[in-house]
Design a protein around this ligand. Structure first.
Ligand code: PEP
Ligand code: MG
Length: 583
């Protein structure tokens, strides 16, 4: 890759929310701030009439948006707008607004604002991530009704072929602007899970969200490059930068064409060995993306992440509701739900300060010491498994005692559910993460105790090499291809298979394109990776031979430095596969 120099002040960074690259002019979009009058009214009947008209007009607008969304994204993903229309028909909400107009004799826009804001506050106070997200949609509805009460027009069209730069976007804006052939979205605020981000991903429009002061730095008419893969925006690029990105856009187009053809094909080597590729999920919205990317089920659902914004642990029913929903969505494929892996670099809801958290009260250690909490999760998982497509996995296991104790608690939970007359899967499979060296050494014995093993390289490598996975200073020493790591992985897989367990890998190494031939050659049954990397890994697996990959692994096992191993793999790529620079 040719090095390109861009002055720091011309680069803006945010969250990569919609993949793709575009070069276009910027269009600064600012929404008119609605002034809400708090005047009193004399004519109640006319006020209620106006309200009804505004509701009808809002419904009409949303109906149009729903139509465009269905056409562009399909029925399922357009359902967020259907949900918005339903709120406009909610008899309790509308009834309450009308009652207050009659009683308080205040302007309908004031009551609408007050009443819907209360609704939003309730949602924001909830522990449910979904409800919190829905609160943004409600904001859109509220503003829509108020704008229609004030008889102001909806701005739905903008100049064609621009990158929209704004503070925040609603899903409806995202859909409407897409009709003007928008080339990209940049927002000051918003995260990966905002519906606007989800919509731009579905529409395959490059988006960078949470770019802080984008609206302050970018002016309408500025030429910009938006790189939605990396979450980067380049202002006023020079000819070298433009040339670099033009070439990149061409390469992405070509590659996308090839990848799209792979979506429904299995990850099978040229000589017939199939590797099942699943996805790692941290937020439920990613499931849609996983399905689109051609993943076969969920190999890791990080429950501590899914519930991370809750102040306390969720109840059995709250958990059941989410796990069941995920299981239904992914059916007939399965989901591996991992027990709360709290501690380490993840949140620990209790006020505990540890001198060495990575080696501290983490994962299974914490759960066994908090048995009631552990049981709540196990019961929710067992109940979510009634369609037989749920498995449960224990994190940070380091001893046989932890496995046996967990299994005993698992059995107690089944007994209790039976007594409570709740339906569950009595044969739900139990597995463990292999991410601590002691588990790697005892892989065969542990495998005999459980149904499956999943190798967590993120932790395993930090423990084998004594390199903190989150420490920037030593990040170059966190080496996936260190001979000690490679040999340990091979031993886990071989011994785990001797112990008759299904072996998978869900650490980040599984999604590293360069590692794929080595991991396949080691005999892994399955890889679980970030959804966006699935097509890439699939492409590599489909273009390699298992026999040659086994040979590569054998050769790597005899090497003694990281560099030698990497060179060997790169040579394998250039001789047998696509070039590393193309990945
Ligand atoms: C791992 O350690 O490799 C893993 C998958 O778990 P986490 O990254 O959640 O610790
Ligand atoms: Mg881990």
């Amino acid at each position: 890759m040719k090095k390109i120099n861009i002055p720091d002040e011309n680069i803006l960074s945010g969250i990569a929310a919609g993949p793709g690259i575009a070069i276009a002019e910027a269009y600064l979009y600012s929404k008119e701030k609605l002034e809400i009058s708090d005047g009193t009214i004399d004519d109640i009947a006319t006020a209620i009439e106006n309200l009804k008209e505004a509701l009808e007009r809002s419904k009409y607008e949303l109906g149009k948006i729903l139509g465009i969304a269905t056409e562009k994204m399909g029925e399922k993903r357009a359902a967020i707008f259907e949900a918005q229309i339903m709120i406009l028909d909610d008899p309790i909400l509308i009834g309450q607004i009308i009652k207050r107009i009659e009683n308080e004799k205040r302007a309908p826009e004031y009551i609408v604002n007050d009443e819907i804001t209360k609704y939003q506050e309730l949602m924001n106070a909830s522990n449910e991530v979904y409800l919190k997200e829905r609160s943004h949609d409600i904001e859109d509805i509220k503003n829509r009704i108020i704008r229609n009460l004030q008889k102001k027009r909806l701005q739905s069209r903008i100049v064609n072929d621009v990158v929209v730069v704004t503070t925040n976007l609603t899903p409806a804006d995202t859909i409407l602007f897409s009709r003007s052939n928008v080339k990209g979205y940049i927002t000051d605020f918003g995260g990966l899970t905002s519906h606007a981000a989800i919509v731009s991903r579905s529409l395959k429009i490059p988006a960078v969200v949470g770019a802080h002061d984008a609206t302050a730095k970018i002016k309408t008419g500025d030429k910009i490059v938006i790189d939605g893969f990396r979450g980067v925006v380049i202002l006023n690029p020079d000819e070298t930068v433009l040339e670099y990105y033009r070439k990149k856009i061409e390469r992405v187009k070509q590659f996308d064409k090839e990848l799209a053809e792979l979506k429904d094909l299995p990850a099978v080597t040229k000589d017939g060995r199939e590797i099942v590729i699943r996805g790692n999920i941290d937020i439920p919205e990613e499931i849609e993306y996983l399905i689109q990317s051609g993943g076969k089920g969920i190999g890791l659902l990080r429950t501590e992440q899914v519930f991370s914004d809750m102040e306390s642990f969720p109840t059995e029913d709250e958990q059941f509701e989410l796990y069941y929903r995920v299981a239904q969505k992914i059916y007939p494929e399965y989901v591996v739900i991992r027990a709360f892996d709290v501690g380490g670099d993840k949140f620990l809801p209790l006020d505990v300060k540890e001198p060495n958290p990575f080696l501290g009260w983490r994962g299974i250690r914490f759960l066994i010491d908090n048995e009631e909490l552990f049981k709540t999760q196990i019961k929710a998982v067992l109940r979510a498994g009634i369609h037989k497509n749920v498995k449960f996995m224990l994190p940070m296991v380091s001893s046989m005692n932890e496995i046996r104790r967990s299994k005993a608690i698992f059995e107690t939970c089944k007994e209790e559910l039976k007594k409570e007359k709740k339906k569950f899967d009595p044969h739900l499979q139990l597995g463990i993460m292999v991410e601590v060296p002691s588990a790697a050494i005892l892989a065969k014995e542990f495998a005999q105790e459980v149904d499956f093993l999943s190798i967590g390289t993120n932790d395993l490598i930090q423990f084998i090499l004594a390199v903190d996975r989150g420490n920037e200073i030593i990040s170059s020493q966190f080496q996936e291809f260190h001979p000690a790591v490679v040999r340990t992985l091979q031993a886990i897989i071989a011994n785990g298979q001797r112990g008759n367990a299904f072996i998978s890998m869900c650490g980040e190494m599984a999604g590293d394109s360069l590692a794929a031939p080595l991991l396949v050659g080691m005999g892994l049954d399955s890889l679980s990776v970030a959804p966006s990397t699935i097509p890439y890994i699939k492409k590599i697996i489909r273009s390699m031979s298992y026999e040659k990959a086994k040979q590569l692994t054998l050769e790597c096992l005899s090497l003694t430095t990281t560099q030698e191993i990497m060179e060997k793999i790169e040579k394998f790529f250039s001789e047998n596969l696509i070039k590393k620079s193309q990945l």
